[in-house]
Every structure is written in C-alpha cells, then in structure tokens.
Design a protein around this ligand. Structure first.
Ligand code: MG
Length: 202
C-alpha cells in the first residue's frame, strides 16, 4: 500500500507557515514503513531537533482506480479516519529552501500515525470537525469545510498521477495549530466525539 499526502489544504495553516497558497494540491508520498505500529509510542528520531504534529483526516481507498472523475470519487472510499503526519520541521525547511525533496523530513519510520477508521456515512464529510489534544490542551481544531480541495477533488487529482489501490490511504492536509512534540508528551486525536487515536511521545 502507499500513503498519499496533501500539503497546504487549509488556508489558516498556509498562513502560519508563511507558505504560498498553491494553485493545485501539493502532493507527496510516505512509504508503508512510515506507519507507526498500533499501540506503539512515537520515538523522536535521533536525527531530529524539531518534530511537529499535523493532525489530518484520512481516507481509505477501497478499490483500484485511475483517472477517477470527481463525480465518481465517492465510490472509491467507504471509511474515514484520523492520523498524524509527523514532520521534522527544521529539516523540511532546509530541504524546501534548497528546492530538494521532503521525504527525509516527512516519510521517516513512524511518521504516519493511522488511527481508527469509521464508516463515512457516520459523518457529514463537508462539515466534519476534528481535533488534536496535546497534553490535555486542544491545539488543532479543524473542520473539513475549510479544505481548499475536498476529498472527492483530491481523489480525482491524485489519481491522474498515481493508480489508487485498495488499502491506500490519503492524508488530506492539516489545519492551523501545528507544533513541536517533546519526550513524555501525550496526544489524542478526535473526529467529532470519537477518539481516533492516542499517542505517547518517547
Ligand atoms: Mg501534513
């Protein structure tokens, strides 16, 4: 399986990192080795001084497809989840400055937290709230209504470049409020009232 990630999909997050607003979705990949095994803590990698959390709505692809039209995109997923796109912000900034690929900062082992999935019918996907709670404080409070590109648009866009396969996961971008994790921190992710994951930082 592969993990397809969208960057800069919420205007308030683009602002906080002083990024340019893109005219097309920003896309990058994580390998399956990036998935943090269930119930494992996240270990801050030895190479890093600045790991940021980015909470994101996830979409699990349920069948093979390419060049998917937006109007048919909803047939390609039944489940929605929540996860974290852990990012080495310092390293990412260095790589961005030089125009180099981001993978070392975004796709390292453990960088993809994948929480519980829920049937998409449980939610209004165009008005779905989600939160990240960092040591008992709400630090990210997002809603899919603020996405620049909606889930179906993202599926149509990325499937022009990559054949989607059953089990692939799309990370749909993070809202504002990203921040640094430290050893012994505790993170909880919520979709509406549902607790989708808990992560200890080591
Ligand atoms: Mg992200």
């Amino acid at each position: 399986m592969k993990i397809i990630c969208i960057g800069r999909n919420y205007a308030n997050h683009i602002k906080e990192l002083a990024n340019e607003r893109p005219t097309e979705p920003v896309v990058f990949l994580k390998p399956d080795s990036a998935i943090l095994p269930k119930k494992m803590p996240f270990f801050i990698p030895a190479f890093s001084n600045e790991i940021h959390y980015e909470v994101e709505i996830l979409v699990k692809i349920n069948r093979v497809g390419k060049h998917i039209a937006e109007k048919f995109a909803a047939k390609y997923y039944d489940e929605i989840g929540l996860g974290i796109d852990f990012t080495d912000r310092e390293l990412q900034s260095k790589l961005k400055e030089k125009g180099l690929p981001w993978e070392k900062a975004k796709a390292f082992d453990g960088s993809a937290v994948i929480g519980h999935f829920y049937p998409k019918e449980n939610f209004d996907l165009n008005n779905l709230s989600f939160q990240l709670i960092h040591n008992a404080k709400i630090v990210q409070d997002g809603n899919t209504k603020n996405m620049l590109w909606k889930i179906d648009e993202l599926i149509a866009y990325v499937s022009q470049f990559f054949t989607l396969k059953k089990g692939d996961i799309i990370f749909t971008g993070t809202p504002a409020g990203v921040g640094k994790v430290m050893k012994d921190d505790f993170l909880i992710g919520k979709i509406e009232k549902e607790e989708a994951f808990q992560i200890k930082i080591k």
